[in-house]
Design a protein around this ligand. Structure first.
Ligand code: SAH
Length: 234
């Protein structure tokens, strides 16, 4: 998977994706970064990349001509996303969709954002990391890509461990425990040491259902088997 990144801070990449599971996948070439410094495409002697907004208001806007030249230098195929609090919120489902792509391009904003005409001309989609405002798109992008990279084929050590995880089945994950069984008087739930696989499965599902209903009513509303379990979940 080839990841094109347009940014004013190229040194932020690969950032924390150079470590751990992602770092290994990066060094093995399972994905690659092609990072473009937008400032390299500035045309005036001050290397300006931003200017004041038409209509007035605070802050600066990234210039369309400069961003356009940066995009032309790198774009070949695949979707282009602008990191933006106005975008659709990134989810596990988005991570799965992106993990199937060969090439994807991202535009990281700074200042108050970019000129709207760039989004129109290049048919760029907007994607958000959540309902809060960052000072730039880079930390949002790195976070999203962390979720994508671990889904790439052969990146996760134990590939089956994905399927039980939060969001994968529409539910939050059940509580997990490891050794020692008795830790400072806190005991692991009996059922988990019973060796009774069907009972363990049932307990885990019940925990997942209860947690999801209590903490994420939005997910619970969308859960297809909700009616089947509604009465069992307190
Ligand atoms: N004026 C803009 C915010 C600009 S923040 C507004 O009110 O919508 C500066 C840059 O940070 C943005 O251009 C965007 O690339 C990035 N950014 C900020 N919050 C983000 C979020 N929640 N998700 C993704 N990118 C974000």
């Amino acid at each position: 998977m080839k990841i094109n990144v347009l940014t004013l801070y190229p040194e932020m990449f690969p950032g924390f994706l150079g470590y751990s599971l992602a770092g290994k996948a990066l060094s093995e070439g399972k994905f690659s970064f092609n990072v473009v410094n937008i400032r390299d495409f500035a045309t005036d002697k001050y290397k300006s990349v931003d200017d004041t907004p038409f209509g007035g208001g605070a802050g600066m806007i990234m210039k369309p001509d400069v961003v356009d030249a940066a995009l032309k230098s790198v774009y070949k195929s695949g979707p282009i996303y602008y990191l933006s609090p106005r975008g659709e919120v990134f989810r596990q489902q988005t991570a799965h969709e992106w993990a199937k792509l060969n090439e994807i391009t991202f535009l990281c904003g700074r200042f108050e954002g970019i000129d709207q005409r760039i989004l129109e001309k290049w048919q760029i989609k907007e994607i958000s990391v959540g309902d809060f405002v960052l000072s730039g798109g880079e930390p949002a992008l790195l976070t999203m890509l962390d979720a994508v990279v671990r889904l790439l084929p052969t990146v996760m050590g134990n590939e089956t461990s994905q399927y039980d995880e939060s969001f994968e089945n529409g539910l939050l994950e059940y509580p997990q425990y490891t050794k020692p069984q008795n830790w400072e008087g806190y005991q692991v739930p009996e059922v988990l040491v019973s060796g009774h696989h069907a009972k363990i499965k049932e307990w885990r599902l019940a925990q997942s259902l209860a947690l999801t209903k209590a903490r994420r009513p939005d997910l619970w509303e969308k859960y297809p088997d909700r009616n089947k379990y509604e009465r069992k979940v307190s």
